[in-house]
Design a binder for this molecule. Sequence first.
Ligand code: NAD
Length: 303
Amino acid sequence: MSEIRLDGRVAVVTGAGRGLGREHALLLGARGAAVIVNDRGGALDGAGGEASPAEQVVEEIRAAGGIAIPDTNDVSTLEGASRIVATATETYGRLDILVNNAGILRDRSMAKLTPEEVGPVLDVHLGGTIWMSKAAWPVMAEQGYGRIINTTSAAGIFGNFGQTNYAAAKAGIWGVTKTLAIEGARSGIQVNAIEPGARTRMTENLLGDLADRLDPSLVAPLVLWLAAAECETTGEVYNVGGGRVARVVIAQTPGFFSREVTPEALRDSWDTVNDPDLAEVMTSFQQELGVLVQLLSDGDRAG
Ligand code: NAD
């Protein structure tokens, strides 16, 4: 089996001083990419900051024979994101791979949620993903090549108690991923997202008995595969953790259709509308619209 190599490629990994980002950076570096190890080095809630987490990961990559440079800019503004991308282009001359991973937590249930717990969480996760992608976009478009791997979460897909702020950001990243995959198609830019599960400082108190088996190094192989030139997938989201990798899909039931729709008709058809056994995977807005167009034209013919 030939090894997937990234020699000559340049990668930015945000939030790479710890946890999942560190593992992504180590693996990309081990496979030959020059890695910009970005991390502000703050607390879990985003407070403070120090250079040592990013510097330590750079030392680890270099000690293993790889190429890396630290960066402590903040991903949550376009200015910070532009400086991170400039580090890549000015140091290594290009940018092929962007892993949007940086994140913070400020969990709070709705009754107690404050603006200070919403704004910064949206800014780092969703803003960081948008601004980093925007800063990288002209470089990748000019090259006619790019791989962007975003990080969403089960909270954003399924919801989670006390995480309105985080879920909003992570669900937003789902939409950003789908949209940038559409926009990037003509420029050779592929955009996917991971929905990870791993033991890090973000989750160490939540995983219980599973913690030992959810080593963060089990997520990085998917990131490397999505970053590889030979992977042609775009616009998809993958659950990954503990050794499992699975595509996450949107599905729709055939639903209810009548030009004389009434609340009572919906009540009487509700089980069919909701029946998951009838659901079909939907991959685009056009596919969804096509179902309606077909129903309408069948109705016209019948009428
Ligand atoms: P972590 O706290 O270990 O790592 C996050 C890193 O991001 C930290 O080193 C932090 O300093 C850095 N960071 C925070 N704000 C930044 C900013 N503005 N600019 C640059 N760097 C910044 O947590 P983790 O578990 O490794 O999380 C990584 C990503 O995975 C996050 O997006 C998180 O939401 C997501 N995620 C993790 C899990 C899990 O099971 N660990 C589950 C779902 C999603």
